[in-house]
Write a protein that binds this ligand. Structure first.
Ligand SMILES: Nc1ncnc2c1ncn2[C@@H]1O[C@H](COP(=O)(O)OP(=O)(O)OP(=O)(O)O)[C@@H](O)[C@H]1O
Length: 267
């Protein structure tokens, strides 16, 4: 269980995240939604400790993550892998090497400097690429791939870290609709297959309702909605997004269809 307790982050006079408390069950697929500037990225970055909280705590399976230092902090970062909008691959390196970078915390310093990967590490990386249907691209330079392919490489790199949690910060924001579906399907597949908890910042409410089994809505740093996607009625979306609501979702006249994720789980 991941527990966020009364977590805040201030930047000068601005409170980006304001006393957020959440409990995230293992294996869930949680969408974090809200207007630009609501505090979604700052929340995810604090969970990974890329950003230090101003106050509050993050507890993972009873361990106070906010107090971790040194190797324990590095281990925590490896166990909650981040996926970014801009993929963050090394463009001049091939796909397999980019994926192997996710194993860096598991090999010795010398091996990592010399990039001496074991056969086992290569096998793990290749199987992650197979899981994401991009194994034939293993030898290609990362910068020769499409955006959707690059994001799948980034997900494979996250997967070989053997994380408990994946924190995806607007992972599809720079992708076209076809690649958006491929990448969201890939995240859902690894969530269901490995039971990895996914926290995913999403701008599109329609995508959030389609893929997530819980939605956390943020406004001005606070959690203002926390419920199943089916509870996100047009009125709730209007409360969350105000006049922008029509831009981020098809506003339903009645209750929305059950989430795709729920129907997959029930099948
Ligand atoms: N490093 C920083 N320095 C100063 N202010 C910051 C910093 N990071 C974030 N903020 C501010 O904190 C608030 C929340 O930002 P954050 O990026 O978490 O929002 P968001 O919901 O992820 O937005 P978006 O959807 O646009 O990414 C914003 O007002 C932002 O300008």
């Amino acid at each position: 269980m991941l527990v966020v307790e009364d977590l805040s982050r201030r930047f000068g006079a601005k409170t980006a995240v304001d006393r957020v408390s959440l409990e995230v069950a293992p294996g869930s697929f949680v969408g974090v939604i809200g207007r630009s500037g609501a505090g979604k990225s700052t929340l995810l970055r604090m969970i990974n400790r890329l950003q230090e909280p101003s106050s509050g705590r993050i507890i993972a399976d009873g361990v106070d993550v906010t107090a971790l230092k040194g190797q324990e902090l590095r281990d925590w970062r490896a166990s909650c892998a981040m996926i970014f909008q801009q993929f963050n691959l090394v463009g001049r390196l091939d796909v397999l090497t980019n994926v192997l970078m996710g194993r860096l915390n598991r090999v010795g310093t010398l091996s990592s400097v010399l990039r001496l990967w074991s056969e086992q590490d290569r096998a793990v990386a290749l199987s992650a690429l197979e899981m994401l249907d991009i194994a034939p691209l293993a030898a290609q330079r990362a910068d020769s791939l499409s955006g959707g392919q690059q994001q799948r490489v980034a997900i494979a790199r996250a997967l070989v870290q053997e994380p408990r949690i994946i924190l995806a910060d607007e992972p599809i924001a720079s992708l076209d609709p076809r690649n958006t579906k491929v990448v969201m399907d890939a995240l859902l597949r690894i969530n269901r297959h490995f039971g990895i908890t996914v926290l995913c910042n999403l701008h599109s409410l329609d995508l959030a309702r389609t893929y997530c089994d819980r939605l956390v809505g943020m406004a001005a740093g606070k959690v203002v909605f926390d419920d199943a996607p089916a509870a996100l009625t047009g009125d709730a979306a209007r409360d969350l997004y105000g006049f922008e609501a029509g831009e981020v979702m098809e506003l339903p006249e009645t209750s929305p269809e059950p989430a795709f994720a729920a129907s997959v789980a029930a099948a």
